[in-house]
Design a protein around this ligand. Structure first.
Ligand code: GRF
Length: 186
């Protein structure tokens, strides 16, 4: 069975969706790692999943190395689920095609941005659609090969916060779907 390690920085609502879909037994979450104190860690522990915090301010440039040490020979796939630190080239190269990320825009649009800035920019640009993208992680930022994308319509009266909620709700479907596709072909 595909074994995954999930990296987070926040509340872990995407982590929750991965946990929910893991219950059908097609993949398992072996460990959750955060780069800061965050409520997602408690969420993982509440589900009996090993969860550790590697504070980015403590590990600094060695954060990727430490993550690599912990996950090597332990998991098959690394899933970035709202992980805000940038992984270095060494880890993205040695884990090539084995790290995936969810990004709350229709990449390549709004790559390199994060959080509400993306949704504000979409509204300001009067885009008709936004959405989310699951992609492989390479040495660039949000530049890796796209695995899956899902669109949402931006309504005329949507503000950035409305859009964020809409996009987050489809993220919760798309990320587990991408993991299940990988697990089924593993
Ligand atoms: C999501 O929008 C994800 O795409 C982005 O950060 C947010 C994380 O939310 N990279 P959560 O911690 O999963 O609730």
């Amino acid at each position: 069975m595909l074994s995954i390690g999930v990296l987070i920085s926040g509340s872990g609502s995407n982590l929750q969706s991965i946990i929910d879909y893991s219950k059908n037994g097609e993949y398992r979450i072996d460990i959750v790692i955060s780069d800061r104190e965050c409520s997602g860690i408690e969420r993982a522990r509440a589900h009996g999943i090993k969860a550790i915090c590697l504070d980015r301010k403590v590990y600094k440039k060695d954060l990727s190395k430490k993550i690599d040490e912990i996950l090597s020979n332990k998991v098959d796939l690394i899933v970035l689920a709202g992980f805000l630190s940038i992984l270095d080239e060494k880890i993205t190269t040695s884990w090539r095609d084995r790290i995936i990320n969810i990004h709350p825009s229709l990449l390549p649009k709004y790559g390199g941005m994060y959080g509400m800035n993306i949704h504000r920019a979409v509204i300001e640009a009067n885009d008709k659609y936004s959405g989310c993208t699951v992609h492989y992680v390479d040495a660039g930022i949000d530049t890796g090969k796209i695995i899956l994308q899902e669109k949402v319509r931006v309504e005329i009266d949507d503000d950035a916060s409305d859009l964020q909620k809409k996009v987050l709700s489809i993220e919760h479907q798309l990320l587990p779907k991408a993991i299940l596709d990988i697990a089924r072909n593993y």
